[in-house]
Design a protein around this ligand. Structure first.
Ligand SMILES: Cc1cc2nc3c(=O)[nH]c(=O)nc-3n(C[C@H](O)[C@H](O)[C@H](O)COP(=O)(O)OP(=O)(O)OC[C@H]3O[C@@H](n4cnc5c(N)ncnc54)[C@H](O)[C@@H]3O)c2cc1C
Length: 414
């Protein structure tokens, strides 16, 4: 492959959204030349490879939203893909546990939401909860049996393999540094030379705003990184729970609330919390990037988020540094855990799109130019939903191409 080859499609990003899109695009257009570039030396190096590994059933999402639809379809699609590709997964189910009267009330609303979203759900009183999970304390719980666990990095490796088997090309260690849109193509300047393609699809996660800006597309959002910190329990606790155990979330901030997660390798993790990140791809607690910080502090949306969630933010930050505070959150529903049970585990970093007015974007967000389509926000549970999202992107692109064809035919007839 020479750098002067003209590709039909160039995809930026070897996370689960980019790979799912690449594979499904190549299936839809088998004779097209598709190149996927990833700046790291492996797939799933960022959000996809630093997440909880949960196949979410879609409990929280507003009925009728893209998130709710993609998630429901995503569970079935992910399981089918794992079956077809010999990837281990488990549908161990999830319990959402209420520990006081206020949470019990919210749990009733969640139960109804499950029903609206057509998700199988079971109501458990305190006795039934104790019988099912003797190490978990609560006044009641709801059980969602379809929730599962998987290693999304393995899913990505299989997606890449399937894409290449169909003729797709992948390039690791290839960072897109500049983009130029011409009338007939997009030219990408990368760390490995320059590539041209008729269309570009950017699935660049934590870098989504920067990739969009490379083409000068006017957008209202910026990515603000939020660290999600985990601990792992010692191996003697691998059987402490049979299900994934979640607190009842605050509907305003549904991603908050540390949970006990059984991982597919048999271990159990606690987390994640959500604290301000100072480096988009820096996983250490005190990693700081001057560029990332400078961009954040110049963005009004960052300050609005900071001030409107100041109380929550301070508590999250306190418990990030004060392990005992973190432990207390878990002890609310798993009282037998002790400080020495919290062993180090790598953090993840969420790419949260924030609007200038401080709105946290909770649904998917796309931006376009004549020859490009950008996934600007792919929030959790985008790993679960990646297969339907990829399919949706391919549909969107097909519609865009059909429109462009019609416009050019109409121009020829004139
Ligand atoms: C802590 C945490 C826990 C989560 N838990 C879950 C969960 O349990 N279940 C679930 O469904 N979802 C979960 N999520 C959400 C899910 O992981 C993400 O929504 C999903 O992985 C997003 O995938 P992506 O492909 O958009 O982004 P990424 O995985 O971040 O991929 C983007 C890729 O683009 C590459 N890239 C960026 N810029 C360039 C460039 N200029 N040139 C070349 N390559 C570039 C990056 O290197 C990266 O590999 C969690 C997320 C976090 C952070």
């Amino acid at each position: 492959m020479s750098s002067s080859t003209l590709f039909d499609y160039l995809i930026i990003g070897g996370g689960i959204v980019g790979l799912s899109t690449a594979w499904q695009l190549q299936q839809r257009f088998p004779d097209r030349r598709i190149l996927l570039v990833e700046k790291e030396g492996r797939f799933a190096a960022h959000q996809t490879g630093h997440n909880s590994g949960v196949i979410h059933a879609g409990v929280y999402y507003a009925p009728g939203s893209l998130k709710a639809r993609f998630c429901r379809e995503g569970v079935a699609a992910t399981i089918r893909f794992c079956d077809d590709n010999g990837i281990p997964y488990q549908q161990c189910g999830k319990l959402l546990v209420a520990t006081d009267a206020k949470e019990f009330e919210r749990m009733q609303a969640l139960y109804q939401r499950c029903q609206q979203n057509k998700i199988e759900v079971e109501w458990l009183d305190a006795g039934q909860l104790h019988q099912l999970e003797p190490n978990i304390a609560g006044v009641g719980a709801i059980r969602v049996p379809s929730t599962g666990i998987v290693d999304y990095a393995r899913v990505c490796d299989a997606l890449a393999e399937r894409f290449r088997q169909l003729g797709g090309i992948t390039r690791l260690n290839t960072e897109v540094r500049a983009l130029q849109e011409r009338t007939d193509r997009i030219v990408a300047t990368t760390s490995g030379g320059s590539y041209s393609a008729r269309y570009l699809i950017a699935c660049s996660g934590l870098m989504a705003d920067r990739t969009t800006r490379m083409l000068g597309i006017e957008t209202e959002f910026q990515i603000v990184p939020f660290r999600g910190e985990y601990y792992r329990l010692p191996a003697r606790h691998n059987q402490i729970v049979k299900h994934l155990i979640y607190p009842i979330p605050d509907p305003e901030l549904p991603f908050l609330g540390v949970h006990l997660t059984r991982m597919i390798d048999g271990s159990v993790t606690v987390g994640p919390n959500a604290v301000q990140g100072w480096k988009r791809e820096g996983y250490g607690r005190i990693n700081i990037s001057l560029r990332d910080v400078a961009e954040m502090v110049r963005f009004p949306g960052f300050w609005r988020v900071l001030f409107s969630h100041l109380g929550t933010g301070l508590k999250e930050t306190r418990d990030s540094w004060w392990k005992r505070g973190y432990l207390r959150r878990v002890q609310k529903y798993c009282p037998q855990l002790r400080l020495t049970d919290l062993e180090p585990y790598p953090a993840g970093i969420r790419a949260q799109a924030v609007l200038r007015d401080g709105t946290l974007v909770h649904d998917f967000l796309f931006a376009e130019s004549p020859r490009s389509l950008h996934v600007c926000n792919a929030p959790s549970p985008a790993a679960t939903s990646a297969l339907p999202i990829g399919n949706y992107i391919v549909d969107k692109l097909s519609a865009k191409l059909a429109q462009a064809r019609e416009a050019s035919e109409a121009a020829t007839l004139r």
